[in-house]
Ligand binder design. Sequence first.
Ligand SMILES: Nc1ncnc2c1ncn2[C@@H]1O[C@H](COP(=O)(O)OP(=O)(O)O)[C@@H](O)[C@H]1O
Ligand SMILES: [Mg+2]
Length: 220
Amino acid sequence: VLAEAGVDVAWCEEVGNVLPRSALSPGLAWLASTLSAASILDEMQEATGRVSALVGAVKTYSQLDRASLQLVDPTEGLETTLVMLRHKMGDEVSVVRQYDPDLPRIEAYPARLNQVWTNLIDNAVDAMSGAGTLCLRTLREDDAVVVELIDDGVGMAADTQAHAFEPFFTTKDVGKGTGLGLDISRRIVEEQHHGQITISSRPGETVVRVRIPIEGNGDR
Ligand SMILES: Nc1ncnc2c1ncn2[C@@H]1O[C@H](COP(=O)(O)OP(=O)(O)O)[C@@H](O)[C@H]1O
Ligand SMILES: [Mg+2]
């Protein structure tokens, strides 16, 4: 602890000269515990900073403080979802962002949309077996915004594409997939936001396209 704090032999000798012999050992022990408390404090401060950044992301992601229909920036939703999934994505997935800088805000339920981005990114990471490139693209199309999630994973066989949106349809091992991700996402996009979700896929490229009207949303 003393060495880490920059204490050297010369300093120790100086202290030895001023402190009575009997006080030397307790004096150094006191100093060591004070210094280690200080370094624990430093670490705690750093950890607290990380935690509050995470809490901020969780709050934005879950929108705990804002439950109803909002004016939502879709790009912000994608970004907070990425923060939440960073752990699952690891270092082997690179994310390419092609965001329309002029994308308008949309009338939407932000926490529900974040659930959609989570399900879709989760699927993309699974399809890439944890390594590959995920491209997130946003654009405006007439009176709607479009979010495309493109992965370079295995792709979907024709049979899988035909059934992918059915509840409980999964090609994953028991315990890994529930088969509900796309069903839930479709309900959120189509029933709660009057939008559309479509998939086009071939080996090495799957594009999931979510289209949401800018205005006039809300539960039917
Ligand atoms: N990006 C993707 N690439 C390849 N296959 C996909 C992709 N997204 C979904 N799928 C296929 O669709 C199926 C259903 O997806 P989902 O409803 O999210 O359920 P789950 O992920 O639990 O299996 C998956 O099991 C997988 O076969
Ligand atoms: Mg899924």
